[in-house]
Design a protein around this ligand. Structure first.
Ligand SMILES: Cc1cc2nc3c(=O)[nH]c(=O)nc-3n(C[C@H](O)[C@H](O)[C@H](O)COP(=O)(O)OP(=O)(O)OC[C@H]3O[C@@H](n4cnc5c(N)ncnc54)[C@H](O)[C@@H]3O)c2cc1C
Length: 411
């Protein structure tokens, strides 16, 4: 497939980095086959190849063709729901353990990028989650207090302190912000392509092939558009496409379109990442190294919140609301020109937490998906658990709270 960087459906990240299309031939066998070349598949491949395992990654298009190459580029610990809601869902101890897993994932991301010398514009200036009225500020304070009680960082800023961190006058709505000090930002496709190249240097093979079925026998046979391959163990890393190969996730991992755009580069006004809730489903943005502001969100403005939609094209109903966010919050930036609009496939679960499990009736196949718009901190760490399962035959109890059988997913 030829990928044209000027095509509308490509993201800012695709357009500013040459796409990495797998070119290896499909071997007949491998110890482990990983399906899906997004962050989860590439990270799993990296860990396995580094450990000396013979591993083949199968990707139907290009590395980062799905959500990872179309996202907001945040590497921020935490879950899609705030800490108070997570505690309500899981209880204090398990909420703390899960949050800790995401902190570990965030830190691992930084460690490996640094150790392997991956040039992906990764920086760690923190993230401001703005409050737009007194109620939102009180919510931010509650989230922050609980995090601090459990030893996680964060601070709530008033309007004046928030203004000191943003180099353009705040609009009238902004009452303050929660500041997450360790939050990072990166260039999504440089990150993933750099990690994929590192995995290749450790011996991984990357093959362009769409998997059509996985047949479980003594050995597992994976049928693809490029032929068949046999493997001892299989990892399925398809997020929004999980149900195509793991049918038991059909109603619990729901593809959901996320829409996003990039403005033409401008002088630096935002050095941290930012988030807000202008609409109930939220917005997020960062200013990249070339001065482009990349902003997404406003799913609440789509019919059915774009739930069930797996489509890479943006729509006017959502995009027009995203285009109003920066002018409303920062009136001096109302002149910015949109350079590119795109969409990507998120995947949501009913309780807003990912699923990590063994595939039903398949003792040598594991999968993870349903990252609910906040997958990046999970990538480096969930992949390590999957790589461990692929080498030991057992998925760690650390992630048993994310099993598909958990009560909060009951249908
Ligand atoms: C607009 C948007 C903004 C987001 N912003 C952020 C953010 O800033 N921070 C954050 O933490 N999270 C964010 N997310 C969520 C995050 O990007 C995802 O959770 C994460 O990228 C999922 O990674 P993945 O590897 O599981 O799936 P994907 O990246 O979607 O990768 C799956 C891959 O599988 C391939 N594939 C599909 N079917 C087959 C098949 N049959 N055979 C072979 N290959 C196949 C696809 O081509 C794709 O490359 C955002 C998502 C979107 C869409």
């Amino acid at each position: 497939m030829h990928i044209d960087p000027n095509h509308d459906s490509l993201s800012y990240w695709h357009a500013t980095q040459e796409s990495m299309i797998p070119t290896d031939d499909l071997p007949a066998t491998a110890e482990v086959v990983v399906i899906g070349g997004g962050m989860l598949g590439v990270w799993t491949t990296y860990w396995l190849a580094k450990a000396g395992v013979s591993v083949v990654l199968l990707e139907k298009s290009a590395i980062g063709w799905g959500a990872t190459g179309r996202n907001g580029g945040f590497l921020t610990s935490g879950t899609a729901i705030g800490y108070p809601s997570l505690i309500e869902l899981l209880g204090r101890e398990r909420a703390r353990a899960l949050w800790e897993i995401t902190v570990h994932g965030e830190n691992l991301g930084h460690e490996v990028v640094s150790e392997e010398g991956i040039d992906c514009h990764l920086r760690r200036p923190g993230k401001l989650l703005l409050a737009l009225d007194e109620d939102q500020l009180a919510d931010r304070q509650h989230h922050c207090d609980l995090l601090n009680e459990d030893g996680f960082g964060g601070i709530v800023l008033d309007r004046a302190a928030t203004q000191e961190m943003i180099k353009t006058p705040l609009g009238a709505d902004i009452t303050g912000a929660f500041f997450h000090p360790t939050s990072g930002m990166l260039h999504s496709t440089r990150y993933l392509a750099g990690l994929a190249r590192t995995a290749v240097a450790y011996g991984a093979k990357l093959v362009r092939a769409e998997v059509t079925s996985v047949h479980h026998g003594k050995q597992t046979t994976i049928s693809t558009t490029a032929g068949a391959i046999e493997a001892e163990r299989v990892i399925i890393a398809l997020n929004a496409w999980t149900d195509t190969l793991v049918p038991e996730t059909r109603d619990v991992i729901v593809p959901t379109r996320g829409q996003i755009l990039a403005y033409e580069p401008t002088e630096t006004v935002f050095t941290t990442g930012l988030g807000a809730e202008v609409t109930p489903t939220g917005e997020y943005w960062q200013q990249t190294m070339d001065g482009s502001i990349v902003i997404g969100g406003c799913r609440a403005e789509a019919p059915g919140k774009d739930s069930g939609v797996i489509n890479m094209s943006p729509t006017d109903d959502v995009i027009s609301h995203i285009e109003r966010v920066i002018p409303r919050l920062f009136p001096k930036l109302a002149h910015l020109t949109v350079a590119r609009r795109w969409a990507g496939p998120m995947a949501f679960t009913p309780d807003y937490l990912p699923i990590v499990d063994m595939a039903q009736n398949a003792e040598s196949t594991w999968y993870a998906g349903g990252f609910c718009g906040d997958g990046m901190p999970f990538g480096p760490i969930i992949s390590r658990y999957l790589a461990e399962a692929a080498t030991t035959g057992k998925l760690s109890d650390d992630v048993s709270m994310l099993a598909v059988s958990r009560p909060s997913l009951a249908r």
